[in-house]
Ligand binder design. Structure first.
Ligand code: NAD
Ligand code: APR
Length: 237
């Protein structure tokens, strides 16, 4: 642990689960998480948006409103503490579209699937901060056109800032995956990229993910227990 200078952390829905935000595929709770209320094809694809924009806008308006009622948990706070105190390079790459990492105080956060609290203007490409509904087709603050959509990466679209993520991985000594099922690429492949680069890998997840076998070490349990314990360990190294 003492040779660790640069860390890349990948987080998924599991890091926000204990803040009360549905995960997507959680086998544990039997509810199946977010997608059970809506088939993924009905809301999180460009085709769905073209076919039924009102359904998609209403779905994300509901999620955007709900997310603002949630609070960061001990896992978000521990990662923010690490971010503040870690002298080496550190990047929190999140698949999550909530802002709980930032609200806990983390600064070095990269949202590869976009952010619920941004809109994206398909006319002028602006990405204004957006906390209200989009169903009423509000005008883009930049160009005035009613062309705003959720700034969420949908299935079939390219995740954001991949070059930055791979550049950070190439400099990393440690890759830690927290609260993700390893079900969705390219994030699910980062552990293999890390191994090819000779980087130490650690999984912190409620249960074994689909990629568990690729990790040097895997600890299973709730993020609010595992993450604070791991951060203390790293900071005391
Ligand atoms: P992918 O091929 O990397 O893997 C996701 C695939 O899983 C999709 O094709 C999807 O159709 C499939 N899938 C089937 N059932 C699913 C379910 N219940 N929940 C989730 N996925 C299910 O994804 P992609 O097509 O390359 O999409 C590009 C990116 O868009 C992915 O990285 C995905 O994570 C992202 N995305 C983000 C959100 C979000 O709300 N943040 C929503 C959808 C997709
Ligand atoms: N602590 C730690 N891990 C948890 C907890 C918890 N309290 N609760 C659930 N988990 C784990 C589950 O065991 C599961 O492995 O978090 C993981 C959540 O997996 P998913 O629901 O698949 O979420 P995620 O991996 O982030 O999905 C990736 O797929 O649908 C797309 O773009 C969407 O970003 C999402 C991507």
């Amino acid at each position: 642990m003492s040779s660790i200078r640069n860390i890349v952390i990948l987080t998924g829905a599991g890091v926000s689960a204990e803040s009360g935000i549905d995960t997507f595929r959680d086998a544990n709770d039997g509810r199946g998480g977010l997608w059970e209320q809506h088939r993924v094809e009905d809301v999180a694809t460009p085709e769905a948006f073209a076919r039924d924009p009102d359904l998609v806008l209403r779905f994300y308006d509901m999620r955007r409103e709900a997310i603002q009622t949630k609070a960061p948990n001990a896992a978000h706070r521990a990662l923010a503490k690490l971010d503040a105190e870690w002298e080496g390079e550190l990047l929190i790459v999140t698949q999550n579209v909530d802002d709980l990492h930032e609200r806990a105080g983390a600064k070095r956060v990269l949202h590869m699937h976009g952010e619920h609290l941004n809109a994206w203007c398909t006319a002028c490409d602006a990405r204004p901060r957006w906390t209200g509904p989009l169903i009423d087709r509000p005008a883009c603050p930049e160009c005035g056109k009613a062309a705003l959509r959720p700034d969420i990466v949908w299935f079939g679209e390219m995740p954001y800032r991949m070059e930055e993520i791979f550049a950070a991985l190439e400099q990393a000594d440690l890759f830690v995956s927290i609260g993700t099922s390893g079900a969705v690429y390219p994030a699910a492949g980062f552990v293999r990229n890390a191994r090819e680069l000779g980087i130490e890998t650690l999984e912190l997840n409620l249960e074994p993910s689909q990629g568990t076998a690729w990790f040097d070490e895997a600890r299973h349990g709730p993020a609010t227990e595992l993450v604070p314990a791991w951060v203390e360990q790293v900071l005391e190294r």
